[in-house]
Design a protein. Structure first.
Length: 94
């Protein structure tokens, strides 16, 4: 019986976290795409000599790779943070 208030609080916090992150997703999406592009570009420079980065487009030997908005990681981040919020609230000591 004592877990019901914790469960209600956890679900409320998770829903609030999900809504807040959904509102902020357009703001977070582009910087996450840029980070992914720059990280991938830096990693690929170790293996490929002829590589260019233009915005979020990586070009090499006439082939272009683009980090599209759906691949920014913001949706995964939203789910992980919401689930993490539930775990934090549920594990809170009285």
């Amino acid at each position: 019986m004592t877990n019901k208030p914790h469960l209600a609080a956890a679900l409320t916090c998770a829903v609030l976290m999900y809504v807040i992150l959904s509102i902020c997703e357009p703001i977070l999406s582009f910087p996450l795409r840029q980070f992914s592009s720059h990280f991938s570009y830096g990693l690929l420079q170790f293996f490929i000599n002829d590589i260019d980065l233009n915005g979020t487009i990586i070009s090499s030997h006439g082939i272009n790779f683009d980090v599209v908005p759906a691949c920014s990681g913001s949706s995964t981040l939203k789910y992980i943070l919401s689930f993490g919020t539930v775990l934090c609230v549920m594990s809170k000591k009285n």
